[in-house]
Ligand binder design. Sequence first.
Ligand SMILES: *Cc1c(COP(=O)(O)O)cnc(C)c1O
Length: 373
Amino acid sequence: MILQNDFKRQWEQVQERVLEAVRRVGASGWFILGKEVEALETALAEFWGVSHAIGTGNGLDALEIGLRCLGLRPGDKVLTTPLSAFATTLAIVRAGGFPVFVDVDDLGCIDLQQCREALEGDGSIHFLLPVHLYGFALPMQELGRLKNDFDLRIIEDCAQSIGASYAGTGTGTAGQAAATSFYPTKNLGAIGDGGALLTNDESVAKTARALRDYGQTDHYVHTRLGLNSRLDEIHAAIMRDAFLPHLVSWTEARRRTAARYLHEIRNPAIQLLAPAPAMNPAWHLFPVLVPANSRGHFRRHLESHAITTSVHYPRLICDQAALEQTSWKCAREPVNARKFAGRELSLPIHPFLTEDEVDRVIAACNAWNPKEQ
Ligand SMILES: *Cc1c(COP(=O)(O)O)cnc(C)c1O
C-alpha cells in the first residue's frame, strides 16, 4: 500500500538518533524548558533565517500566542482563509478575534488581491492571518506591500510551508511573526505534538516566551494571562538531532516527486496545480482537482491500485458547526474555496516514496477514466 505518510519508513531512518536523544534527556534529569528547547530554538531560527524561534505545545497555540503578541484584542477583525486546517481560525477565535474570510486563488491559497480589496473597503481590519497552504508560498513581496499599505499586523501560518520560498524569500518572513507545527504529518514532524513561533521582533519573542508559560516573566511573576504550551525537552532533542538534519533532503525528495507528477501525469480529467516559476514550494501535499462528481470514483480507482489519498479540505471552515458559537463573516462568497472543497484530492508525496511507487501513482492516474463510473 502506498501511504499518505509512511511513519514506519521514517522510523527506520531516524530511530538511532531518536533513542540517543531520549537517553540524553532522560539522563539529564531536566524535562521542561531547558537547554534542549533552547538549542532547538536556535537551530530552527537559523534554518528559518529569523532571529527568534519559540517552541510551543503545538501549532494552534503558536498561532494564538502570535496573535496575542501582536496585540489582538477581543473583537478585532482578522482576515483569513476558509480553506485550511480548522486550527487556523480556531486560533483567531481563541484569541478573541473576529474571523473575516476571503476567497482563495487558483492554487487554493488565500487570494491576496481580495485581501487588498477587503482592506480598502473596511478600515477597521488590522490583522491578517494568511496560510501558505499545501506547502505553496504566497507572493512574499505582495504580503509585505499589504503590511505597509495598511499598517497590518501579519502572522503567517507556516504549518505546511517550512522550507518554501517565493522569489528567494522564505515563507514566514513577511509578517511580524509566523507559526509552524510539528504535528507528525508535517514536513518537520515530531513523534507527537509540538509547534513554534518565529519572529524577528525581540519584544514579540519575549512576550511569546511568557505566554507559553502561564504568562510568567520570572519565577512566580505573572504579567499576562498565559497558557501552558511548552515544548518539552525530549521532543526538542529528538527534533534537533533526528529530524531537522534530514529536512533539506526530505524536502528535495518531495520536490523530485512533485516534478515527476507535474511532467508525467497527463489526464484531461485531472487538473494539476502548477505553481508560478518564482515559487519554490515545500510540497507538504500534492493537491489535484478532479470533477466534483467523480472524486469518489477517482479515490476508489487509486485505492484499487493500492494508493491512499486524502482530501484537504472537504468542508470549509465557515461551514463548520462550531463557528455557530462565535461571530465571523465572509468578505466575499468563497466560490473558489468551495470548488476546492468539492474537487481536491491529495496524491502521496511523502519523502520515503520509491521511484517505483511514484511510477505506479503516475500510471494509475493516467489510466483513470471518469466515464467508466
Ligand atoms: C497542522 C496545521 C495547524 C495546526 O497545527 P497543530 O500542531 O496541529 O496544532 C495550523 N494550520 C495549518 C495550516 C495546519 O496544517
